[in-house]
Write a protein that binds this ligand. Structure first.
Ligand code: NAI
Length: 246
């Protein structure tokens, strides 16, 4: 029986690349995303390549929906071996005086609350199994901060501290919790905000001279799912071409 990996945000960008990578390496992949059509496309791509997958619709900010998704996964598969919380993003880029409480909360909800809610459902299952890996998603802005991204930076810093705490809670059960912190990565969502001039200027700041590709990130998530990382927990793997070295 294949290990089961649930990937939030698996319908697009980095999450999609992680879904394809894990499926190619024998995992049964559950694509959990609020975009049903894109999720279905990833499922079909995996099946066409000989892998195993299902797509479920979920809004990661809704506790009831997450409980239902996790209940369904348990019913169908009886286990969950990997939880990769990747859904998120930087929305509402504004100076603090223009930021409403509702906007602030929306950014915190998708980037931090969703991670907490999914981890809360997965933790008891993984504790019972005495096996499991959780990989949460931060950002370079979670360590450097970024003007006009106060809630995003706070949420992504929160993901790191939350994951360290959870790693301590789950270590006695052999369940590992780590973080991937992507740097600027060419996904459709971020590319639409970048002009060719911006890309060229930005690349000059990146020591390795280029932006990340979703596949660069997928390698990091896969490593943290693999037997090769079995003595790593509570850590943040920064994948950013050398842009930030915390
Ligand atoms: P993306 O926008 O391409 O993919 C994000 C996925 O999350 C989408 O499929 C979207 O439908 C899903 N999603 C968003 N909100 C959701 C919700 N409430 N419920 C369910 N699904 C939801 O984004 P990308 O660029 O692949 O980013 C993935 C993660 O990596 C995010 O957490 C982002 O903050 C982080 N990151 C990305 C960077 C980049 O340059 N692309 C840099 C640093 C961090």
């Amino acid at each position: 029986m294949s290990d089961v990996a649930l990937i939030t945000g698996g319908a697009n960008g980095i999450g999609r690349a992680v879904a394809l990578k894990l499926a190619a390496n024998g995992f049964f992949v559950v694509i959990a995303d609020r975009e049903e059509v894109a999720g279905e496309e990833v499922r079909k791509t995996i099946l066409a390549r000989g892998g195993k997958a299902e797509a479920v619709r979920v809004d990661v900010t809704k506790a009831g929906e997450i409980e239902a998704v996790m209940g369904g996964v348990l019913q169908r598969h009886g286990r969950i071996d990997i939880l990769a919380n990747i859904a998120g993003g930087s929305i509402h880029r504004k100076l603090i005086e223009e930021m409403s409480w509702g906007e602030w909360k929306e950014v915190l909800d998708v980037n931090l609350k969703g991670t907490f809610l999914f981890c809360r459902e997965a933790a008891p299952i993984m504790q019972r199994q005495r096996k499991g890996r959780i990989i949460n998603t931060s950002s370079n802005y979670g360590v450097t901060g970024s003007a006009r991204r106060t809630p995003y930076s706070a949420a992504k810093a929160g993901v790191i501290a939350f994951s360290k705490s959870l790693a301590l809670e789950l270590a006695p059960y052999g369940v590992l919790v780590n973080v991937v912190a992507p740097g600027p990565t060419e996904t459709a969502r971020v590319m639409k905000n970048w002009t060719p001039e911006y890309i060229r200027e930005r690349e000059k700041e990146i020591p390795l001279g280029r932006h990340g590709k979703p596949d660069d990130l997928a390698e990091a998530y896969y490593f943290l799912c693999s037997p090769e990382s079995s003595w790593i927990t509570g850590q943040t793997l920064h994948v950013n071409g050398g842009l930030v070295m915390p």
